[in-house]
Ligand binder design. Structure first.
Ligand SMILES: *Cc1c(COP(=O)(O)O)cnc(C)c1O
Length: 372
């Protein structure tokens, strides 16, 4: 019998893995300093001083017109939004987003109705929304995908004419300003994610922001079991709170967010410039948008070309992500739909690595691997 071949494992120290993104970690001492305060106060969660400070600082930093309620994560934020608006029946939504956008609708006992995306911006196509409205439709839930704004005026106009609520999944939109106001300030409710992989993070975390103070009141109580006092309850609630430890990470990260954004912008433009003559296409940054460069998506001419490049990158330990593939209409718990644009784009789109300490020479190598 032939001797079994001994596989020599690669030295993981020399094979540097390049993920699509890497969470930013601030200097440990700065985090420790805030932890000392938590130890002194012995106040770990339940709307503590750091949670309150984070809510105030984020509202100020983002220049929000509405109050920001800090919650457990971006998925709970979406669940709270659907609950607070008392939505039932059908919710018109985008198939081109992270799974949580759709799964939350189903989780809350509503039915997602998919409307195809607009081919340039990849957000829900407002021209296709009205034909999807039925007597059971109660809302539109759309994603500012990659931080690019939905067609907010057209969507609001449709919603007003048909008496629908609008929720924006703004998980990608931290720090994006559109026509002079934060993207968080659009829709009846917008939701944020501060997950470790997002541009701004609090390890796990999220936020809900409502236009109407009455809706905000619903959200405010619902995230804390419905408590309106130790022995009184305002509404049905859930545990959607977040802790002092998470808020502390957010407060320290906020000190660095401008630098983080700056570096990503530099990388994004480096990709754009050096790939200008390649066969991939970049998305246009719409006029009036102060963009956060949270993602660097590129569109390949074909899925075959994309897979070829993904393979070449994998051989070098680089893992871009197929955000978003496949379309959410293919989930096994939703009604399938015919969505030619989503179907086409989702097969050809790839998000390139971008994060604060991504080495410049790695960016050059990625660009090299993408040449025809
Ligand atoms: C990340 C993300 C979510 C979920 O946020 P979590 O904080 O991870 O729960 C929802 N929608 C979109 C578009 C996302 O990218």
């Amino acid at each position: 019998m032939a001797k079994k071949e001994v596989k020599i494992l690669p030295d993981i120290k020399t094979v540097e893995k390049i993920p699509v993104t890497k969470p930013f970690l601030p200097p440990l001492e700065e985090y420790m300093e805030l932890l000392e305060g938590i130890w002194d106060r012995n106040w770990l969660t339940n709307n503590g001083p750091l949670v309150q400070e984070l809510e105030t600082k984020l509202t100020e930093y983002l220049g929000l017109d509405r109050n920001l309620l800090y919650v457990t994560n971006g998925t709970i934020a979406l669940q709270l939004a659907i609950k607070a608006l008392k939505l039932k029946g059908e919710i018109i939504t985008t198939p081109f987003s992270y799974v949580a956008t759709t799964s939350t609708i189903v989780w809350e006992g509503c039915s997602p109705v998919f409307v195809d995306i607009e081919p340039e911006r990849l957000t829900i196509d407002p021209n296709k929304i009205e034909s999807a409205i039925t007597p059971r439709t109660t809302a539109i839930l759309a994603t500012h995908v990659y931080g690019l704004p939905c067609f907010v005026d057209e969507i609001q106009d449709i919603a007003d004419r048909h008496g629908l609520k609008v929720i924006y999944d703004a998980a990608h939109a931290f720090g994006c300003e559109y026509r002079g106001k934060s993207l968080y300030d659009y829709g009846d409710i917008s939701t944020a994610s501060f997950h470790a992989t997002k541009l701004f993070h609090t390890i796990e975390g999220g936020a809900v922001m409502a236009r109407d103070p009455e809706v905000e009141k619903e959200l405010h109580h619902a995230r804390n079991f419905g408590h309106a006092g130790p022995e009184h309850f305002y509404n049905v609630g859930i545990n959607g709170k977040n802790s002092e430890f998470h808020a502390a990470m957010g407060l320290v990260n906020l000190r660095y967010i401008d630098k983080v954004k700056e570096e990503r912008k530099r990388q994004a433009f480096q990709y754009r410039e050096l790939l200008a003559h390649s066969d991939v296409q970049f998305l246009d940054i719409p006029e009036g948008l102060d963009y956060n460069h949270a993602y660097v998506p590129v569109i390949f001419p074909s899925e075959r070309r994309l897979l070829e490049v993904v393979k070449k990158m994998a051989d070098e330990g680089i893992s871009p992500r197929r955000y978003f593939y496949p379309g959410l209409d293919t989930l096994n718990y939703v009604k399938p739909a015919i969505l030619p644009v989503t179907n086409d784009v989702s097969k050809k789109v790839l998000c390139l690595p971008v994060y604060r300490d991504l080495n410049r020479s790695v960016v050059k190598m990625i660009i090299e691997l993408m040449q025809i």
